[in-house]
Design a protein around this ligand. Structure first.
Ligand SMILES: Nc1ncnc2c1ncn2[C@@H]1O[C@H](COP(=O)(O)OP(=O)(O)O)[C@@H](O)[C@H]1O
Ligand SMILES: [Mg+2]
Length: 374
């Protein structure tokens, strides 16, 4: 797929900006705080309806304005689409596909696919489980738009169940169980149903992603490092059996009654999942060198590109935010070999000199300054 034009109106520090993409590689050059990452964020929003930098739409709207709009034209293999998102300082978004207003997010998702790779992504290895879950969720949303709905449902149930537990916090177990079984049981059931949908999809995507990433890591390190990726779900079970997954949830909820009442919050479910990375059978998070961790993240990103392409049937976009300068020349050239002319790639940088000459070949160079692009 190919992003041909991007139009930003009152989005972040852009007042009104149209960008025409004219090459497979576009380098967005500019000093710090000029709007490079903001531009990639607009593309990320079109692909996932989420930004990894902000949860609030009001942050996306130019200060002083009420509305922001991001729109784009995307060429796919067999057709062309217009996407548009209207963000409001207060109120809901308006989503459009081919000039038609959509009521459901899942009809918007899947038109544009992108893999974002930024210098913050070392947090995939070093950061909290939340960072890894978020990454996995954004990937799933792109592979299977319905997942955004499934995840939302789970989060709603979790919120309500937590509210109930909080209300009754510090009641003793015996008080609680005599008073409340019916409503809590109902929430247990809902949590198990929606939670097992999330867990099963996460398990499935890791099953497909892990061998790809492991193979890349192997290749980049010339077979000297063996990467292993494992899903560490909060509820473990046989994922291919929906009934069993739900039963495993209910069993674990039963086991965790007392801590849940004491803490006043839900301690069972995919909001406590994690992923484990090990290199040569040692935890990459705790014992990996910086170089190993960088290679791991690169392998994950390459696997993501490959998996999206396999599932969607077209190469997604690649967004490289400040990341090239941090890769050594060997890894830069490995990445370039994979991208070649295959993936449309948007690359931000403060200095053209920070990466090797072949990256500049046939590239379109845009300069951004204070929210304006030349
Ligand atoms: N809603 C907003 N309205 C106006 N300016 C904003 C808004 N959000 C961010 N900015 C500005 O955008 C700039 C950061 O842009 P960014 O794309 O992150 O920079 P960089 O070029 O370093 O990647 C900052 O100057 C910030 O103040
Ligand atoms: Mg930036």
């Amino acid at each position: 797929m190919y992003l041909t034009t991007l139009h930003l109106r009152s989005f972040r520090n852009y007042l009104e900006q149209r960008v025409h993409f004219q090459a497979q590689k576009t380098i967005i050059l500019g000093n710090n705080a000029q709007g490079k990452s903001n531009l990639l964020e607009a593309v990320e929003l079109l692909a996932t309806l989420k930004s990894h930098r902000s949860f609030k739409d009001r942050d996306l709207v130019l200060k002083g304005a009420n509305l922001a709009q991001v729109s784009a034209t995307i060429k796919r293999l067999y057709n062309q689409h217009e996407l548009s998102i209207l963000f409001r300082v207060s109120g809901r978004r308006t989503l459009e596909l081919n000039q038609e207003i959509l009521r459901r997010q899942i009809d918007f998702l899947g038109t544009l696919n992108a893999v974002q790779f930024s210098s913050n992504d070392l947090d995939l290895v070093r950061g909290t489980p939340e960072y890894r879950r978020h990454w996995l969720d954004l990937l799933l949303v792109q592979l299977e738009p319905l997942y955004s709905y499934i995840l939302h449902q789970y989060q709603q149930v979790l919120k309500q169940r937590n509210a109930l537990l909080k209300q009754h916090k510090e009641h003793t177990y015996s008080d609680f169980s005599s008073e409340l079984p019916s409503s809590l049981q109902l929430w247990d059931q809902q949590l198990a149903e929606t939670g097992s949908r999330v867990t099963r999809r996460r398990a499935r995507v890791i099953e497909r992603l892990a061998p790809l990433a492991e193979a890349w890591h192997n290749q980049i390190t010339s077979n000297s490092e063996r990467l292993e990726i494992k899903y560490a779900p909060n509820v473990t079970c046989a994922y291919d059996q929906p009934q069993q997954v739900q039963q495993a949830f209910l069993d674990k909820l039963e086991q965790r009654r007392i801590p849940e009442f004491q803490l006043g919050t839900t301690v069972v479910g995919p909001h406590r999942d994690d992923l484990e990375f090990s290199i040569n059978q040692t935890s990459a998070k705790f014992y990996g060198s910086q170089g190993q961790q960088r290679t791991l993240v690169l392998s994950l990103k390459l696997a993501e590109l490959q998996l999206i392409e396999e599932v969607i049937g077209e190469p997604p976009l690649l967004l490289l935010d400040d990341v090239l300068a941090e890769l050594d020349p060997t890894r830069q050239s490995q990445l370039l070999q994979v991208i070649q002319e295959r993936y449309q790639t948007l690359i931000t940088t403060t200095h053209l000199a920070s990466f090797a000459e072949p990256w500049l070949k046939n590239a379109q160079i845009l300069t951004v300054k204070e929210g304006k692009i030349d």
